[in-house]
Design a protein around this ligand. Structure first.
Ligand code: NAD
Ligand code: IPM
Ligand code: MN
Length: 363
């Protein structure tokens, strides 16, 4: 009997729709396993701006700090695209949330479900057996460097984004990756652009140094342009892909295609362990606010539901509960109870209800 207390940030676009489906599933978990559920609803992103607040209101950040477990839908959308820099939902809410909570390790899985193998554009014989995790550095690199726009000496309108990494930033994400690799198939593919970028040369140097402490883990380095290709031609070769902030963003959208839809990929953004042994965690789908289908009850809620399962496991240590949700998702996919992105015709709320039903009634 535990009280599952977390900060719930539905955000913008499809965020509140997939969020509502995840809450229904968490309610079912609470009923079946005898836990109380206390989501602390808070505003973030465009929803906060529309309410006259900052993109990341103080009350929202305070709740995140207090609970240490955050379930987020998505932020951003055309309505707020005219805003600049910190006034934007992405730069003013999501990035500082990650940075201020020190959520430097972002984990995104790529393991196509059996029921979805034929939904991906790749031939089944290339895809079958794919099972890798991308560990993306989340609080450094070009996302957090100085940026600006100015007229240069010749009056040319110019913009710049600075990319920096310190040795310490690379070291801690590399250690996290090698530790995780030890629990898997003991192979890391580190992805960079060291033929051009100074930050990537530092990245490679530090990863090599950390690797020396893990003689049982095989390490390969790939350049990011080549990686986009290898991911499609030999996806089963990868086990743990370690990469920086921007490359990780791009590669994981590509990886989601192997899984049939970005609507089935959760993510966890983690800091170091707390005193109770669990990480402070932000759990969110890798997809965005999908403005093209927002408000239509058509978005796939599975990425959000799986993010909630990861929250149960990683922030609360509720392994059986997380397993129950993941099994219910798999059974729902096997039954073909899916939204349009996966070739089905169910609504967001119907898929949520079917997963919840299976959580409630599974043996
Ligand atoms: P997106 O991920 O929102 O959508 C890309 C495409 O995938 C769209 O066609 C969309 O309909 C589809 N899609 C995404 N999620 C889906 C789901 N659950 N079910 C079915 N289809 C789904 O990316 P975008 O259109 O480039 O960005 C839209 C907005 O979202 C932008 O403002 C962007 O900054 C923001 N964004 C936010 C986050 C986040 O909050 N974590 C992540 C990515 C993008
Ligand atoms: C993601 C998103 C964000 C990112 C944006 C919205 C800032 O694309 O979480 O993948 O680039 O990290
Ligand atoms: Mn992204």
């Amino acid at each position: 009997m535990a009280d599952i207390e977390f900060t719930y940030l539905p955000g913008d676009g499809i965020g509140p729709e997939v969020g509502a489906a995840a809450l229904v599933v968490l309610e079912a978990v609470g009923d079946r396993f005898g836990h109380g559920l206390s989501p602390d609803h808070q505003l973030i992103g465009g929803a906060a701006i529309d309410a006259g607040e900052a993109p990341l209101p103080d009350a929202t950040f305070a709740s995140c700090q207090r609970t240490g477990a955050i379930l987020l839908g998505a932020v951003g959308g055309p309505k707020w695209d005219h805003l600049r820099n910190e006034a934007r939902p992405e730069i003013g809410a999501l990035l500082p949330l990650r940075k201020r909570l020190n959520l430097y390790a972002n984990i995104r899985p790529c393991k196509p479900y059996a029921a979805l193998l034929d939904r991906a554009p790749l031939k089944r014989d290339r895809l079958d057996g794919t099972d890798f995790i991308v560990m993306r550095e989340l609080t450094g690199g070009i996302y957090f460097g100085d940026k600006g726009r100015f007229l240069d000496a010749s009056g040319r309108d110019t913009a710049y984004d600075e990319c920096r990494y310190t040795v310490a930033e690379v070291e801690r994400i590399a250690v996290k990756a090698f530790d995780l690799a030890m629990t898997r198939r003991r192979k890391i593919t580190s992805v960079d652009k060291s033929n051009v970028l100074a930050t990537s040369r530092l990245w490679r140097e530090v990863v090599d140094r950390v690797a020396a402490d893990y003689p049982d883990v095989e390490l390969e380095h790939l350049l990011v342009d080549a990686m986009t290709m290898h991911m499609l031609t030999r996806p089963t070769d990868f086990d743990l892909v370690l990469t920086g902030n921007m490359f990780g963003d791009i590669l994981t959208d590509e990886a989601s295609v192997l899984c049939g839809s970005m609507g089935v990929i959760p993510s966890a953004s983690l800091s170091d362990m707390r005193g109770d042994g669990y990480a402070v965690g932000l759990f969110e789908p890798i997809h965005g606010s999908a403005p093209d289908i927002a408000g239509l009850d058509r978005a796939n809620p599975l990425a959000m539901i799986l993010s909630a399962a990861w929250m149960l496991r990683l922030s609360f240590g509720l392994d059986d509960e997380a397993d129950a949700v993941e099994q219910a998702v798999e059974a729902t996919l096997d039954a073909g109870d899916v939204t349009g992105d996966l070739g089905g015709s169910l609504s967001t709320s119907d898929v949520g209800a079917r997963v919840a039903e299976r959580v409630r009634h599974a043996a």
